[in-house]
Unconditional design. Structure first.
Lengths: 276, 434
C-alpha cells in the first residue's frame, strides 16, 4: 500500500527539490549574466554585476575573433558521429550479452566498464603516436573513433539493460517464423528497444559534446570542437570573464536546448530499470 | 587565336601553380593574452605581405604547455609555430626539438633584441625562440594610499619598507589590503613569486651538487616573512590567489600594493576596467640588501618545431611578428601603450614610448634580472623564478602545493619546508642528479 504524503511533507519536498535545482543551475545562470556585462563589470560585486548595464559587447568580440560555426559543426559531427558509430557496434554486442549470455558475460561487462576507470592521460602518448602514424591527428574521423571507443562501455551497458527487459520469447517467435539474425535485430529487437536506444543516443551525444580531454589534445585548427573554442578564452594572466562566459553560453546553448526538448527520454533512460 | 588562348592558359596555370607552391597555411599555437589576441587581429597584414595564411590555435597557458609538449616530444607536426616561454626554450633547444633562429634577415636586426631576452631564449649561444614580448615583475602601488599612510615609495625599495608600508596601508574596515601577492599553488603561479622572492633573501633551490636547500635559514626567513606580512596585510584567502584574483582586487581598489608581472601595468592603468587607473605608481621589486632583487624574467616567444615542412614561411612569420615593423603597426592602430613590451632595445629609445608611464620601470625591471646569476650563492641552474631542467615543473608544482597549504594554515612553515626538502631530494635522486 502506498504511503500517504502529508501536504506539509509535499511542500517540504517541493521546496527542497527547487533549492537543489537552483543550486545546480546557479553557475549556468551566472555565466549567462556575466556574458552580458563588460569585463570591468564582470569582476565587481554580485550586486553591482546585477545592477550594471547589459551589453552584447562580449558576444560581438567572440563572434569577431573566433569562427564559432566551424567549431559548432565539428562538435555536431564528432558528437553525433561517435554516438551513432557506438550504437552500431553496441547493438549486436548488447544483444549477444542479453540473449545469448555465456558464463563470462558478466565478467566481460565488468571489464568493459573498468576501462572507464583508467585515467585518460595514461594512454595519451600511445594514442597520440597511433594518430600520427595513421594520419588522424586533427581530424574529425580520428575524434569520432576515439570518442566512440571511450563511450562504448556506457552504450553497451545501457543497451544491455534495456534489452534484458525485452522478453526473449518474442525473439524466439521471430526465429520460428524464419527471421534471420539480421532481420531479428533490425525488425524485431530494434523497434522494441527504440525508447532505450533513444535515451542512450541522447546521453552519449551529451557526453561526447562535453568531452574536453581528447578533443583538446588531439586537435589543432581543423577539427577543434566547441571545447577548444571555450578553452581559447580562458587565461591565467588577464581578466576575460565576460568573453569566457559569452563563449561558454554559445557552446552550451545547443546542448541545453537539445536536453530541454528531450528531458522526458533522458530521465526515462537514466531511471530505466531502477523501479521494478 | 587558338595559339594565343593556349599561351594564356599555360601562363595562368603556371601562375596558379607557383602561387599554390608559395602560399602556405601556418598553424600557430598560442596563449590567450591581450598581446597575442591583438596579433591575431593584425594577421591580415602578414598575409598581405607574404601571401601565407595563418590558422590560430589559442589555448589557456597550462593546456597549451601540455598540448605543445605532447606534440613536440612525439614529432606530431600539428603546429608550425609554437608559443613557448623561457623555461621550455633552452631545454627543447638542447634536445634538438627546435629550429635554430640564427639565420634571420639583416632587416630583422636580431642584435636589437634585449640581451636578457635573447640570452634566456638561447642554448649554447644559439637563439631558438624569438621574443614576442618580455616581462619582469615590479611593484604597482596606490599612490593615494601611500600618501595617506605618510610614506613615499622609493624607486628601489627594500622588503622591510614594503612590509611596513603594507601594514600602514591596510584598512580592514574599508576592505583595503596593504599588499596582494600570489599564494596559489602551481610553479608558474605562487611558485614563481616565492622563488623570485627567495632569491632576494639569499635562498636558492639547489646547491652546486643539486641538493635541495629548503632546510636553509634563507628559505625559512623567506617563507616566514611572506606569511607574517600576508597575515597582517594581505587579503583573506590569499593562499588561492593568483594573477587574475589579485588583478581583480587591485582594479577594484582593494589592494595598496601588488607585486606581479609588468604586463599588468597596462591593465591597472586602463580606465575602462580599473577603478584606480589614475592613482597607480610603479617601483622596482624589493630587495633585501643582498644584491639580488625579487623580480622575475619571462618571455613569451615564438619557436619553430624541428621537422616542420613550412620552415621558411614560419621564419617569415616570426620575423614579422617580432620585428620593429610590427611594433609600429600596433602603435599606429592601438597606441604606444599597447605595443608588445620588453623585447627590443630600440623600443625603449623611442620618444613616443618613453611617454608611457610604466615603460621605463618595465625596462629597469627586465634589466635587473639575470637568469644566469639569479641567486646570491652560486647555483647550478639557469633561470630566475625557475630552474631550467625538465624535472622542475613537476617538483615545483608539488613544492608550491606544500607552501600554499602553509599559507592556508593547514600546516606550519617548518612542516612545509621539511616536506619540500624531502620531495625535492627524492625527485632529484630519481632523476639521477644526485
Amino acid at each position: 500500500m502506498a504511503r500517504a504524503v502529508t501536504p506539509r511533507r509535499k511542500l517540504f519536498n517541493t521546496l527542497l527539490a527547487w533549492a537543489v535545482g537552483m543550486i545546480i543551475f546557479f553557475p549556468i545562470f551566472w555565466i549567462f549574466v556575466l556574458s552580458f556585462k563588460t569585463e570591468g563589470d564582470a569582476i565587481s560585486t554580485p550586486l553591482e554585476v546585477l545592477t550594471s548595464a547589459w551589453t552584447l559587447e562580449s558576444y560581438a568580440v567572440v563572434q569577431d575573433r573566433s569562427d564559432y560555426f566551424k567549431h559548432f559543426t565539428n562538435s555536431v559531427i564528432i558528437a553525433v558521429g561517435s554516438t551513432l558509430l557506438g550504437v552500431l557496434v553496441a547493438v549486436p554486442a548488447a544483444w549477444s550479452m542479453a540473449f545469448v549470455p555465456s558464463k563470462r558475460t558478466r565478467g566481460i561487462l565488468m571489464w568493459m566498464l573498468s576501462t572507464k576507470m583508467l585515467p585518460a592521460v595514461g594512454v595519451l602518448y600511445p594514442i597520440y603516436l597511433l594518430f600520427i602514424e595513421m594520419g588522424l591527428l586533427d581530424s574529425r574521423t580520428g575524434l569520432v573513433i576515439v570518442l566512440m571507443l571511450i563511450n562504448l562501455p556506457i552504450i553497451v551497458w545501457m543497451l544491455y539493460t534495456y534489452f534484458r527487459e525485452i522478453p526473449v520469447e518474442i525473439l524466439e517467435a521471430a526465429r520460428m517464423d524464419g527471421a534471420s539474425l539480421r532481420s531479428e535485430l533490425l525488425y524485431v529487437l530494434t523497434p522494441m528497444a527504440i525508447p532505450g536506444i533513444a535515451s542512450t543516443v541522447l546521453l552519449n551525444v551529451i557526453l561526447a559534446w562535453n568531452e574536453a580531454f581528447w578533443t583538446l589534445n588531439l586537435t589543432a585548427a581543423k577539427a577543434a570542437p566547441l571545447t577548444a573554442f571555450i578553452a581559447s578564452y580562458s587565461s591565467p594572466e588577464g581578466l576575460f570573464y565576460a568573453k569566457l562566459s559569452a563563449a561558454s553560453v554559445m557552446a552550451i546553448t545547443p546542448i541545453l536546448i537539445m536536453g530541454w526538448f528531450s528531458q522526458k527520454q533522458l530521465v526515462r533512460g537514466l531511471t530505466f530499470g531502477a523501479v521494478k | 587565336m587558338r595559339f594565343n588562348k593556349l599561351i594564356s592558359a599555360a601562363a595562368a596555370a603556371t601562375l596558379m601553380a607557383s602561387g599554390v607552391a608559395y602560399a602556405e597555411t601556418l598553424t600557430i599555437a598560442t596563449v590567450n593574452n591581450g598581446d597575442m589576441i591583438r596579433m591575431q587581429g593584425l594577421t591580415d597584414d602578414f598575409t598581405a605581405k607574404t601571401g601565407h595564411k595563418v590558422e590560430w590555435v589559442t589555448l589557456e597557458e597550462n593546456v597549451l604547455r601540455q598540448r605543445v609538449t605532447t606534440d613536440i616530444t612525439t614529432k606530431g607536426g600539428a603546429f608550425d609555430i609554437m608559443t613557448i616561454g623561457m623555461y621550455e626554450t633552452p631545454i627543447w633547444g638542447k634536445n634538438g626539438w627546435l629550429v635554430p633562429l640564427d639565420d634571420l634577415s639583416a632587416e630583422y636586426n636580431a642584435a636589437d633584441i634585449l640581451p636578457a631576452m635573447s640570452g634566456g631564449l638561447s642554448y649554447n649561444g644559439t637563439m631558438f625562440a624569438a621574443p614576442f614580448y618580455g616581462e619582469s615583475s615590479m611593484i604597482m602601488y596606490r599612490a593615494d594610499l601611500m600618501k595617506k599612510a605618510g610614506l613615499t615609495m622609493p624607486d628601489a625599495p627594500s622588503w622591510s619598507f614594503i612590509a611596513k608600508a603594507a601594514r600602514e596601508m591596510t584598512d580592514r574596515d574599508n576592505d583595503i589590503n596593504g599588499i596582494c601577492l600570489r599564494g596559489k599553488a602551481g610553479w608558474g603561479e605562487g611558485g614563481a613569486f616565492i622563488t623570485a622572492m627567495s632569491n632576494s633573501f639569499g635562498a636558492r633551490w639547489f646547491d652546486e651538487n643539486w641538493n635541495a636547500q629548503f632546510d636553509s635559514r634563507e628559505w625559512s626567513d623567506t617563507l616566514n616573512f611572506f606569511v607574517n606580512m600576508m597575515t597582517d596585510a594581505g587579503p583573506a584567502g590569499y593562499a588561492t590567489n593568483g594573477f587574475n584574483e589579485n588583478l581583480s582586487l587591485f582594479q577594484q581598489g582593494k589592494c595598496g600594493m601588488w607585486i606581479d608581472a609588468t604586463v599588468a601595468a597596462s591593465f591597472v592603468t586602463n580606465p575602462k576596467d580599473s577603478t584606480v587607473a589614475d592613482k597607480v605608481g610603479f617601483a622596482l621589486a624589493p630587495d633585501n640588501g643582498m644584491g639580488v632583487r625579487s623580480n622575475w624574467l619571462w618571455a613569451w616567444a615564438l619557436a619553430i618545431p624541428a621537422g616542420t615542412q613550412k620552415e621558411a614561411a614560419a621564419k617569415q612569420f616570426i620575423e614579422w611578428a617580432t620585428s620593429n615593423g610590427y611594433i609600429d603597426l600596433v602603435a599606429s592602430k592601438e597606441g604606444w601603450a599597447n605595443v608588445p613590451p620588453g623585447a627590443r632595445t630600440s623600443l625603449y629609445e623611442n620618444a613616443n614610448y618613453k611617454k608611457v608611464p610604466f615603460a621605463q620601470m618595465t625596462l629597469d625591471s627586465i634589466l635587473s634580472a639575470d637568469p644566469n646569476n639569479s641567486t646570491v650563492d652560486p647555483s647550478p641552474y639557469v633561470g630566475v623564478q625557475f630552474a631550467a631542467i625538465p624535472e622542475f615543473a613537476g617538483i615545483a608544482t608539488e613544492v608550491s602545493q606544500e607552501f600554499s597549504a602553509a599559507y592556508a594554515g593547514q600546516q606550519t612553515v617548518a612542516e612545509a619546508l621539511a616536506k619540500a626538502q624531502a620531495l625535492t631530494n627524492d625527485a632529484m635522486e630519481a632523476a639521477g642528479y644526485r
